[in-house]
Design a binder for this molecule. Structure first.
Ligand code: HEC
Length: 129
């Protein structure tokens, strides 16, 4: 009888160990997946970027940056794309000049550029030295 108790205790602890490991493994997996774009950011990209960088747009722009597929990007890819977004808008490279001429409402304010870059910084924490 004692032996039976021992066996079932061992089996239970093995089972618990397995469940915990599976849970940990899936928790790590979700960590690698990126986060959705915050609403404040979508508001800016909708007016200034979505025409070329969100579906149903097609061509070079959407393959370089597809905001409609953002949530499928890995955390790493999101971080590097967000950094590229901050760089492009800070250097006045995006939205393209011609687009801004036709759509003056797409010209970003300094504040909007800062909002994009602050968001990028949250995805790109400074590297530890
Ligand atoms: C009129 C269309 C158009 C609009 C509007 C536009 N883009 Fe682009 N974008 C492009 C094209 C075309 C490319 C690819 C060629 C290039 O890099 O210049 C590109 C490339 C990029 C890239 C480079 C992606 C990479 O990793 O190589 C980033 C980042 C980007 N755009 C950000 C933005 C942001 C942010 C906005 C809005 C503030 C924006 N774009 C608005 C057309 C557009």
């Amino acid at each position: 009888m004692k032996k039976l108790i021992k066996i079932s205790l061992t089996a239970t602890s093995v089972l618990i160990f397995l469940l915990v490991s599976i849970n940990l493994a899936s928790a790590q997996k979700t960590e690698a997946v990126g986060k959705p774009i915050p609403d404040g950011i979508t508001k800016i990209t909708n007016k200034a970027c979505a025409a070329c960088h969100a579906e149903p747009a097609s061509g070079m722009a959407i393959s370089a940056l597809n905001l409609s597929k953002w949530e499928a990007y890995s955390a790493k890819k999101q971080a590097s794309k967000a950094e590229a977004i901050c760089n492009k808008v800070s250097n006045d490279k995006m939205p393209p000049k011609k687009f801004k001429e036709k759509h003056p409402e797409a010209v970003l304010t300094k504040e909007e550029i800062k909002t994009l870059c602050d968001w990028s910084a949250t995805l790109n924490p400074p590297k530890k030295k």
